[in-house]
Design a protein around this ligand. Structure first.
Ligand code: PSU
Ligand code: MN
Length: 347
């Protein structure tokens, strides 16, 4: 028995408490284990277009020292398009929004010995708490972890490579990325190239629908139905729930949703640039083999995605790395242009 008329009423009250808590933090935005750089704080306070960038792609994705070059490139893409970058990660148990160049190099260097944690929602309290008791660790934040810290810092737009999803065989393994539930509960817009087809894309979209996540794919003038993209390829065989034509449309959706009592996130998929797309048939073979090897070697939990990604890279002979870099760059540019349009609406 509760004082609430229904479970829905209880849930919406809890959600309200959660929101007002997040809002309170926007002003303070600092604590022993949470720091926002001065540049980012100032940009958020003065309504400049800020774009979040994650760090799991550096700690668990790209090899050292390519990852450092990529990190620098992405920040300059944001600046060149009129935005302020906020690279997010955990250094010595302190969650930081707006890493300095030195901090970025320090964090990305952990790719050499894999010493950084992969930090999603479940890991944030752990890594920050351990930092308080003299066990400092570095962490690369996933989409989920980066969304939480973005919201806390007041950042609404986040650009990255690929979204986690429902894994194939999830009906028995229950392996569903925390990125999806995060999108269901945290009002941050993620721009990526969809998800790799080592995941179960139809079920990923079903899950996002259940979680109340608006999913739209940039069509850039193409008419009619558009596929939700599968990272390296523009085709997935699955229709995107919504189609958007440009950044102004995307920003209008973000703006409208922020004014409605809808606290879930948004995912805009930006298909890989045509000149870098890899034919689906070619990628399918590579992915089948990567998944087979992951099963053979018994990978599961948070180690599974990095293993499969590394195998895909290996089996596709470097081609995938070039495509990967190109699409992230394109997504981060798109994210910045959405943030610029959104800043105009919020003036
Ligand atoms: N998919 C990719 N590249 C990535 C990731 C996913 O194509 O780098 C990373 C992102 O940081 C994402 C995380 O948030 O993996 C999801 O991991 P998991 O499947 O364990 O939830
Ligand atoms: Mn998982």
């Amino acid at each position: 028995h509760t004082m609430f008329a229904s479970r829905a009423a209880l849930r919406s009250c809890l959600r309200g408490a959660q929101l007002s808590c997040a809002r309170r933090y926007h002003g303070l935005a600092q604590s022993k284990f949470f720091k926002v750089s001065e540049e980012v704080r100032d940009a958020v306070a003065t309504g400049k277009p800020v774009v979040s960038l994650e760090t799991t792609i550096y700690t668990h994705g790209f090899p050292y020292p390519d990852n450092i070059a990529l990190a620098a490139l992405l920040e300059s893409v944001v600046r060149a398009n009129g935005g302020v970058p906020a690279t997010i990660g955990v250094l010595d148990g302190v969650a930081k929004v707006g890493l300095s160049t030195e901090e970025l190099i320090e964090l990305a260097s952990t790719a050499q010995d894999k010493s950084a944690l992969k930090v999603s929602r479940r890991d944030l309290g752990y890594i920050c708490g351990m930092g308080m008791v003299g066990k400092p660790m570095h962490g690369g934040t996933t989409i989920s972890g980066t969304m939480i810290l973005s919201e806390l810092a007041g950042i609404k737009i986040f650009g990255t490579g690929g979204l986690g999803g429902v894994h194939r065989g999830a009906e028995s393994s229950m392996d569903i990325s925390a990125d999806l539930t995060e999108l269901g509960r945290t009002p941050v817009t993620v721009i990526s190239s969809g998800c790799k087809s080592f995941l179960d894309i139809p079920r990923t979209l079903e899950y996002l629908e259940t979680e109340g996540v608006c999913v739209g794919t940039f069509a850039d003038g193409r008419d009619g139905a558009v596929d939700f993209p599968a990272f390296f390829t523009r085709e997935s065989g699955v229709r995107s729930p919504r189609v958007i034509q440009n950044e102004a449309e995307a920003a209008a959706i973000v703006y409208a949703q922020s004014k409605l009592p809808v606290s879930s996130g948004i995912h805009f998929a930006n298909p890989v640039p045509l000149e870098h797309s890899i034919p689906k048939a070619e990628m399918d073979l590579v992915i089948e083999e990567a998944i087979r090897l992951s099963h053979v070697e018994g990978y599961h939990g948070s180690d599974n995605t990095p293993f499969v990604l590394a195998k895909i890279k290996e089996l596709s002979g470097g081609k995938s790395v070039v495509a990967n870099r190109a699409l992230i760059e394109s997504n981060v540019k798109r994210a910045t242009l959405v943030a610029v349009e959104l800043a105009k609406l919020e003036q």
